[in-house]
Each structure stands twice: as structure tokens, then as C-alpha cells.
Design a protein around this ligand. Structure first.
Ligand code: NAD
Length: 253
């Protein structure tokens, strides 16, 4: 079965790097027009260039997902550029290296919750009315396997990703009858800048990361992108409120 998309326009936050860039490229390869958004303008313009070089259509809009006025403006720019919004991948996120719970700081808590939770909430708050007005759409939020279970020394991050799944499930139920589907993707360790910042300094940590997954390796950004595209495609029309682990078997143990 090949994936089919009756929509035409996709938005990807955190689209300047890693999982977001791979997913923006994958949407564009399916013929969708893509709005690439991020705090990082240089990386975002690179994603747009890569899409255009491959024959696709994309535009970059800078946005800090923690600021409502910027999120509102991002959605206005999306509609003025391409007329509608069919698929939204709310993927911008941060992970700050933390110690055990009692060693965390209030600043870390506010920063992680601000991007990972408030950012996803604000994006959905402004995307859903557009989708309702046009008769439907699909949203995928990036959670994590850290949102499905314990993540030692990452308690705030883990709490933020559990919250993403809570927002996802609640929105899915609220808007199911209105044809807006909302799902989450839950990656395990994926080879991105975020992973390299956390693990590269210590080769033992990298080995440990590979061994955490029954498949014996960490994941690739394209493997998350294909899961996101599946959750958006017409064939996933009966799938909503789901948190899909893409984790090399890590949560099956
Ligand atoms: P990354 O650091 O390569 O990309 C994250 C992007 O988000 C960056 O381009 C960054 O500029 C952007 N961003 C950060 N704060 C922002 C803000 N306030 N507004 C707009 N953009 C902002 O990381 P990645 O690994 O591609 O992560 C993407 C998502 O996947 C994150 O939500 C992360 O928590 C999640 N995730 C990653 C892994 C992993 O192993 N890499 C595992 C599970 C979940």
C-alpha cells in the first residue's frame, strides 16, 4: 500500500534540524507544500533549500513556539502562503541534561515545559480552528518513549512528554467527530544533534544507547518521518488519540 494524502499543505515546527527536517523533506517528497518553522533561521532556510533542490515547494517562517503572538502569526503566514493547513507536525522540543529529580532547577523546569508542553498546546490551539473551518486535518505531536515510562535523570523532560500525550489524547477525543485527527509519535533514541549533544562526548553512553534497543542500534530520522507521514495519510483515517512508539522494540522489554 502506498501512502495517499488528500491534503496539500503541511507545517513542521522544529523543522531546522533532525527529525523535523527529515519529516519536512518527506512531506515535500509526497508533493505537499511545506511550511518549515523553527527558532533557527539558518537551519530552516537550509531545509527549504534542500526541499526546493529536490523539486518541492516550501517556505520558512521563524517562530518561537513558546510565544502565542508568534504562533498565531505562523498560522496566518501559512494560510497566506498556501491557503490552508492540512497536516501539522508539532515537533519543536528541547532536552536539557538533568540530574536526579531533587537536583533540578526551577529555570530548567520552566524552559523544558515552556517549549515541550506550552509550545505544543499553543500550536494546536491555533491549528485546530483552521482545520475545523476547512472540514478536517491531522496533527502529530512529538512525544518520546520518555512520555510512556520512566526516564531516570530526565524527570522534567519525561513529565513534559507525558503531558504531550495527555494533550494529544484530549484533543483527539474533543475533535474526533469534526474530522481532526490528533496522534503522537514516541521516538526512542534517534541520531540527531539532540542525541549527539547528550551522548557523543562519552562513547560508553553511545554504546549504552544502542544496547537499550532490542534491534541493537539507535534510530534514524527517516524512520520517525515515515511514522509521522503514516499518521497523517488517508490510510490512517481510523487512527486518532494514539501514541505510537517508534523505538526499535525498547518499550516492549
Ligand atoms: P534537534 O535539537 O535536532 O531539533 C529540535 C529543533 O527544535 C531545533 O531545530 C530547535 O531550534 C527547535 N526549537 C527549540 N526550541 C524551539 C522553540 N522555542 N521554538 C521553535 N523551535 C524550537 O532535536 P530532534 O532530536 O530532532 O528533536 C525533535 C523532537 O523529537 C523534540 O521534540 C525531541 O524532544 C523529540 N525526541 C528526540 C529524540 C532523540 O533521540 N533525538 C528522542 C525522542 C524524542
Amino acid at each position: 500500500m502506498s501512502m495517499t494524502f488528500s491534503g496539500q499543505v503541511a507545517l513542521v515546527t522544529g523543522g531546522s534540524a533532525g527529525i523535523g527536517r527529515a519529516t519536512a523533506l518527506a512531506f515535500a517528497a509526497e508533493g505537499l507544500k511545506v511550511v518549515v518553522s523553527d527558532l533557527d533561521g539558518e537551519g530552516g532556510e537550509t531545509t527549504v533549500r534542500l526541499i526546493r533542490e529536490a523539486g518541492g515547494e516550501a517556505t520558512f517562517v521563524r517562530c518561537d513556539v513558546t510565544r502565542e503572538a508568534e504562533v498565531k502569526a505562523l498560522l496566518e503566514r501559512t494560510v497566506s502562503a498556501y491557503g490552508r493547513l492540512d497536516y501539522a507536525f508539532n515537533n519543536a522540543g528541547i532536552e536539557i541534561e538533568q540530574g536526579k529529580l531533587a537536583d533540578g532547577s526551577e529555570a530548567e523546569f520552566d524552559a523544558i515545559m515552556g517549549v515541550n508542553v506550552k509550545g505544543v498546546w499553543l500550536c494546536m490551539k491555533h491549528q485546530i480552528p483552521l482545520m475545523l473551518a476547512q472540514g478536517g486535518g491531522a496533527i502529530v505531536n512529538t512525544a518520546s518513549v520518555a512520555g510512556l515510562g520512566a526516564a531516570p535523570k530526565m524527570s522534567i523532560y519525561s513529565a513534559s512528554k507525558h503531558a504531550v500525550i495527555g494533550l494529544t489524547k484530549s484533543a483527539a477525543v474533543e475533535y474526533a467527530r469534526k474530522k481532526v485527527r490528533v496522534n503522537a509519535v514516541c521516538p526512542a533514541v534517534i541520531d540527531t544533534d539532540m542525541f549527539r549533544r547528550a551522548y557523543e562526548a562519552d562513547p560508553k553512553k553511545a554504546e549504552f544507547a544502542a544496547a537499550m534497543h532490542p534491534v541493537g542500534r539507535i534510530g534514524r530520522v527517516e524512520e520517525i518521518a515515515s511514522a509521522v507521514l503514516y499518521l497523517c495519510c488517508d490510510g490512517a483515517g481510523f487512527t486518532t488519540g494514539h501514541a505510537l512508539a517508534v523505538d526499535g522494540g525498547a518499550t516492549a522489554i
